[in-house]
Ligand binder design. Structure first.
Ligand SMILES: [Fe+2]
Ligand SMILES: [Fe+2]
Length: 253
């Protein structure tokens, strides 16, 4: 099973980078299944139904989310869309799905999204024990986990906790690519962070000028996206049967 996983597509320039590089990456890697982290894909955070429908038409199969899953007023409708998965470790009454199942030529693929707890704000359930609960009820040929988390230690720990029990643990949320793509001892494919798709010279997608002003003054401001400059497209290619994980890092000069 050949999978392409695209890291957090960040707002307008993220969608622009996707428009420019997606077809080329598809031609080069010939994925059979495509997952996009879309927690920042719309200009107001989160995912919209319009973007969902458009990207599905273009070949994306599943959207994962993150801490911005609930940033939009219409989030219950978005989380209801068939191939959108929200972080599983919110409480049981939360809108949306704890995992998404996809039937691919007679094989069942499951995509799970989980949120970390270290340096994250929401008082959510333990992602480790949540996975134990989920793995007891999920029956699938392939399981892919998007672990949306800040701390590298928590990401590496969860990956080893799930090693041999899921096919891949892919980190998102920091928006910065790490170079540690590897096969863990029991066969799970892993990377600490896939990286983001969008502006190269913003502050992880936010406007450079504003980001600098905030860090220098310490005064909080609502983040505006960077709207100009070179683009990056960050993803990983996975071959789940042959245990391959390759980074795809396109960065314009
Ligand atoms: Fe993000
Ligand atoms: Fe995030």
């Amino acid at each position: 099973m050949r999978v392409l996983f695209i890291g957090d597509i960040y707002m307008e320039l993220g969608r622009k980078a996707f428009d420019i590089y997606f077809d080329q990456v598809k031609r080069d890697y010939k994925p059979q299944f495509i997952v996009v982290n879309g927690e920042n894909i719309s200009d107001t955070n989160g995912l919209t139904e319009k973007i969902y429908k458009d990207y599905l038409k273009r070949g994306v199969n599943v959207f994962t989310l993150g801490n911005h899953a609930f940033s939009r007023r219409d989030y219950p409708e978005v989380l209801d869309l068939q191939y959108v998965v929200r972080p599983a470790n919110y409480g049981p009454t939360t809108a949306g799905k704890e995992y998404v199942e996809y039937n691919f030529n007679g094989k069942k693929l499951v995509v799970i999204n989980l949120l970390g707890r270290i340096f994250m704000r929401d008082p959510i359930d333990n992602p480790f024990t949540k996975m134990d609960i989920l793995l007891k009820k999920i029956k699938a040929d392939y399981i892919i986990v998007d672990f949306h988390a800040e701390a590298t230690s928590e990401k590496i720990a969860l990956a080893h906790y799930l090693d041999g029990r899921v096919d891949a643990v892919l980190g998102t949320h920091t928006h910065v690519t790490t170079a540690d793509n590897m096969v863990l001892p029991k066969g799970t494919l892993y990377i600490t962070d896939v990286g983001m798709t969008g502006a190269v010279h913003g502050i992880i997608g936010g406007e450079l000028k504003q980001g600098l002003r905030k860090f220098v003054s310490g005064v909080p401001e609502r983040i505006k996206p960077e709207l100009s400059g070179p683009l990056q497209f960050n993803a990983v290619f996975l071959d789940l049967d042959n245990k391959v994980i390759k980074r795809i890092n396109i960065r314009e000069e």
